[in-house]
Ligand binder design. Structure first.
Ligand code: C2E
Ligand code: CA
Ligand code: CA
Length: 577
């Protein structure tokens, strides 16, 4: 055994040495006269037991224990404190400070020493085990298992600490919050295993943009945060964000698949944008939202104007949550006319919201309802209401159809189909008379759910219309891959009156192509007589627009004769809402 005796009294040391040799003559004994020389030896050498005198000049045994802790001398051994009989109470204090046993100097016998060593070593081993399991639990509690980055808990604590420290030191702190663009798509198409590898690879690349002094955390899913300390200029944070976007440019190669990945980064600065850690986080979140809105794969700094917008959006979202219960929604119906015989062939159901703040345009609240997923219950209400209404109007004219807008989010709802079937059955509506309008953005996310729901709707007999054609991506492959019956040419393509010949040519080309593909064509945004004559000359099947009729509440439609032919449909133009 390696024994270390720390005692200023030479006679006491000799006595203990004798005892130790008597226990086992092979014991190897090292001695020190004071705390400082003992500590310097302890750093270099490992001992099984330290026999430590409490009373020593300059520094005593207690100070020895404290310095071991302060300097984190890890390899320290089982420690037995030696004291006089009057110091018994003090010895207890030493036990609390890290000694593993104590022995009264005047009682030292071979037997007592052996017993104390055994007790001290047992206690020391237990303590070591406890420390190791504590370290493991701490690691589990603070680290993300997949990426080995700090986790959300650790991040929250660090952000609070950093802000508190920087407050004292008058430094700036930058918080970069980001998530990966369309990461869900990777998980959905390549599987979660590939998603996990991708996350690890992304983290590896981002590490190369950092110095190692930053707190880089995974907050969950594909959301990450980096705390930059001691930022002098805002440009420093900008540089890091720029580098992150740059290292992601090269595609990732996983299981022979090439995957492109980018990030949207929001940046907030302490104390410029916020006075507390939680506020700093909120502001980075707002900035990240902005970066996404601007088209992703970019970074955005927090600005006050953003907060106003964010709060407005937040208020609308909260009000939207109650709008269904408060019965604040109403459907307006815009008649669709047959271009040739000028009959009303059906309607498009368009949602109106009478919010507490007045009427809010669907252009504003639908995107918010989509992001918050509230579009699911709202959309169900629209479907039910529209089915009920068309069944009433069909009593006058059974050929009338109803067009219902479906948001991409609704197409990911596995219970949508059931709800639609239920509504059609309840109001005895023939599936053929319902047309679902889908925008191309919905088809871009060509997940199997979207494809499956559209196919099922079509198999059920419902019609599928591609809405807003000519605005977004207008990929011809969509016309091929999905069971599209109708294409609605977007109103933005309608020529401005009298001047816009180029748009007329585009519409002309589009119509020829769509007719060749045997698709029904609806022209939206027919606002002027010139539009009407253009559509007539191009043989577009159906027309919709303010010139013919604005969207109206059902009471207004009830006043119209729904079975009649309108010889001069222009006369039915309704004044603006
Ligand atoms: P959309 O599906 O393209 O609907 C046509 C929009 O054009 C309607 O706007 C309609 O009022 C407007 N419009 C009709 N004729 C003319 C015209 O001659 N000139 C002009 N400039 N505009 C015309 P609205 O009702 O404000 O709806 C806007 C958008 O909100 C809709 O565009 C649709 O994307 C969405 N939306 C409305 N209701 C619903 C709904 O129930 N569900 C879903 N998911 N989206 C809806
Ligand atoms: Ca539509
Ligand atoms: Ca449209």
């Amino acid at each position: 055994m390696n024994i270390f005796i720390v005692d200023d009294d030479q006679i006491d040391r000799a006595h203990i040495k004798r005892m130790m040799r008597r226990i086992d003559s092979a014991n190897c004994i090292t001695e020190a006269e004071d705390v400082d020389s003992a500590l310097s030896l302890l750093v270099k050498q490992n001992f099984d037991v330290v026999l430590l005198d409490y009373s020593m000049p300059r520094k005593n045994g207690l100070e020895f224990l404290k310095e071991i802790q302060d300097y984190k001398i890890k390899k320290h051994s089982a420690i037995i404190m030696m004291c006089t009989s009057e110091q018994e109470e003090l010895a207890l204090h030493c036990l609390q400070s890290g000694a593993h046993d104590f022995i009264i100097k005047s009682d030292v016998t071979g037997y007592r020493l052996r017993r104390a060593i055994l007790a001290a070593q047992t206690r020391f081993d237990m303590e070591t085990e406890l420390k190791a399991s504590y370290a493991k639990v701490k690691q589990l509690a603070e680290q993300d298992n997949l990426t080995k980055l700090a986790n959300r808990y650790f991040f929250d604590e660090s952000l609070k600490l950093t802000v508190a420290n920087n407050e004292r030191q008058q430094h700036k702190t930058a918080l970069l919050l980001f998530d990966l663009d369309h990461f869900k798509y990777v998980n959905d198409t390549h599987g979660h295993d590939v998603g996990d590898i991708l996350l690890q690879k992304v983290v590896h690349r981002i590490h190369t943009c950092l110095r190692g002094t930053e707190t880089f955390s995974r907050l969950g899913g594909d959301e990450f945060a980096i705390i930059l300390n001691h930022v002098d200029k805002i440009a420093d944070a900008e540089k890091v964000a720029f580098r992150i976007l740059n290292v992601l440019v090269k595609p990732f190669c996983i299981n022979h698949a090439k995957i492109n990945m980018a990030a949207s980064i929001g940046i907030s600065i302490y104390p410029d944008n916020a006075k507390s850690a939680s506020d700093l986080f909120k502001k980075a979140d707002i900035a990240m939202y902005k970066a996404k809105k601007l088209g992703r794969n970019q970074f955005a700094f927090f600005e006050d104007e953003m907060q106003k917008q964010f709060l407005k959006r937040y208020r609308i979202e909260n009000e939207l949550k109650q709008a269904l219960d408060k019965q604040q929604f109403e459907l307006f119906y815009q008649p669709v006319f047959n271009c040739e015989n000028r009959n009303i062939t059906g309607f498009e159901a368009l949602l109106r919201w009478h919010s507490d703040q007045g009427i809010i345009s669907p252009e504003i609240f639908i995107p918010i309802a989509e992001e918050s997923r509230l579009i699911k219950p709202i959309g169900r209400w629209v479907i039910k209401q529209a089915c009920r209404q068309i069944s009433i109007w069909q009593r006058q004219n059974p050929t009338l159809t109803m067009a219902i807008n479906l948001s991409p989010i609704q197409l990911l709802d596995s219970t949508l189909l059931l709800h639609i079937k239920h509504c059609m059955k309840k109001y005895q509506v023939d599936p053929q008379s319902i047309e679902f309008e889908i925008t191309e953005t919905a088809l871009l996310d060509d997940s199997w759910q979207t494809q499956a729901i559209i196919n099922s709707l079509s198999e059920l007999g419902c019609k599928i219309a591609l809405d807003d054609f000519g605005t977004g991506f207008s990929s011809l492959s969509h016309l091929h891959h999905f069971p599209i019956d109708t294409v609605k040419i977007d109103k933005s393509l309608m020529p401005s009156e009298g001047v816009d010949f180029s748009n007329e040519k585009i519409i002309h080309g589009l119509v020829i192509m769509l007719q060749y593909l045997n698709l029904n064509i609806v022209a939206e945004g027919v606002e002027f007589k010139s539009h009407l004559s253009m559509c007539q000359s191009l043989n577009i099947h159906k027309l919709q627009g303010y010139l013919l009729s604005k969207p109206m509440p059902c009471e207004e439609i009830d006043k119209m004769a729904l079975f009649a032919t309108y010889p001069n449909i222009v006369n039915y133009a309704v004044q603006p809402e």
